[in-house]
Design a protein around this ligand. Structure first.
Ligand code: PLP
Length: 369
């Protein structure tokens, strides 16, 4: 990112001068890198956004408003982050489709029976996170994708908590849309990705209007209007000056993750999670939510009897331990757990067993307060 600002700082796809050509090359190379990282079929399937949130909003507006009408149904699981609920609630009010929410069990697992009961020929899209940001539960995307496609619907996967932590192959998973964020995978803030299957892009309207997303704008003075033709995807969905340095930074982050290996990252996090859960279970005042087996990713939601989740997080912070507290933008799932909030320990590739030992010693002290 520093190199770009120091040596190639110009806008992309705009100029004929050297700096612009260099910036464009770096920008499009990053797109190709992301394409390979998730094994997309073609780099035109990679749309750069501000983050997972904008990627899901883009889907709801650019695909949803163009493909959904009254009597159509959108299925959303109750484990979703608000960013995979609210865009659909907003667009439902604009075009009148119906949202059906699919249950999650009190253990934080998808209620597949409820999904099978609710999916029908009216269902047009199923919206689901790959890994829950509250419990770390990893959903069986391949099987859910098959059921979704068998009913003629498409699948949007929120990969914000999976793409940074495990190998992802969009063709093998057969997802139609995949959203993720750069800042959750060692990249900079303000950058994200929406993968969209090429076949669906033709059925999508632009998300925002402006420079770069058009091919031609000609003024018709007789009719007093502009005739517009859209640019090809992915640029059709990237209006205005993009986050060029952020996109270059995302590619650098992917490079780093690839050198370590996504399988190694997943194995390391699962090992840490298993280690931490075993130790946490021995603490008498702690409740852990969701499954505690080895299938989950590196996230442990918990509460300590007699303390609010924010009190736990503040006490941990005073020992130099950073954990989240609150409802983690997933209030419906906390309703299912019948708790107002939770503290959440989460791990990434840089965490160690020694840090977990220290964390456990702190929790032991905190639970005596
Ligand atoms: N989806 C999940 C599962 C998340 O954990 C998050 C962020 O916490 C988001 C979506 C939203 O990501 P962003 O804020 O980067 O757009």
């Amino acid at each position: 990112m520093v190199d770009y600002y120091e040596n190639n700082n110009a806008n992309v796809h705009r100029g004929v001068h050297s700096l612009s050509l260099e910036a464009t090359e770096m920008y499009e190379k990053s797109r190709e890198h992301v394409t390979k990282f998730i094994n997309a079929n073609d780099s035109s399937e990679i749309i750069f956004t501000r983050g997972a949130t904008e990627a899901i909003n883009l889907t709801a507006y650019a695909w949803g408003l163009n493909n959904l009408k009254e009597n159509d149904e959108v299925l959303i699981f109750l484990m979703e982050h608000h960013s995979n609920i609210i865009p659909w609630e907003i667009t439902a009010k604009l075009c009148g489709f119906k949202i059906k929410y699919v249950n999650v069990t009190s253990d934080g697992i998808l209620d597949i029976k409820d999904f099978e009961n609710k999916i029908s020929s009216k269902t047009k899209i199923v919206c689901l996170s790959h890994v829950s940001n509250v419990t770390g539960v990893a959903n069986d995307i391949k099987s859910l994708s098959k059921t979704t496609h068998d009913h003629g619907a498409v699948l949007l996967v929120d990969g914000a908590q999976s793409v940074p932590h495990m190998p992802i192959d969009v063709q093998n998973l057969d997802v139609d849309f995949l959203a993720f964020s750069g800042h959750k995978m060692l990249g900079p803030t303000g950058i994200g990705v929406l993968y969209t299957k090429k076949t669906l892009q033709q059925k999508m309207n632009p998300y925002q209007g402006g420079g770069e997303m058009i091919k031609d704008v000609t003024f018709n003075s007789e009719k007093q209007l502009c005739n517009i033709s859209w640019n090809e995807p992915p640029w059709k969905f990237e209006a205005g000056t993009p986050n060029i340095s952020g996109i270059i930074g995302l590619s650098a982050a992917i490079n780093y993750l690839e050198q370590i290996g996504m399988n190694n990252i997943l194995a390391h996090e699962q090992d840490l999670t298993k280690y931490a859960i075993e130790k946490m279970k021995s603490l008498t005042k702690i409740s852990i939510y969701g499954p505690t087996d080895s299938s989950k990713c590196g996230i442990i939601p918990f509460n300590i009897n007699g303390l609010s989740s924010h009190e736990v997080a503040l006490l941990c912070d005073s020992y130099g331990i950073t954990i989240r507290s609150g409802y983690h933008c997933a209030q419906p799932l906390h309703q299912i757990f019948q708790i107002p909030s939770s503290a959440r320990a989460s791990f990434y590739l840089y965490n160690t067993h020694e840090e977990i030992d220290y964390f456990l010693n702190v929790l032991k002290e905190v639970q005596t307060l």
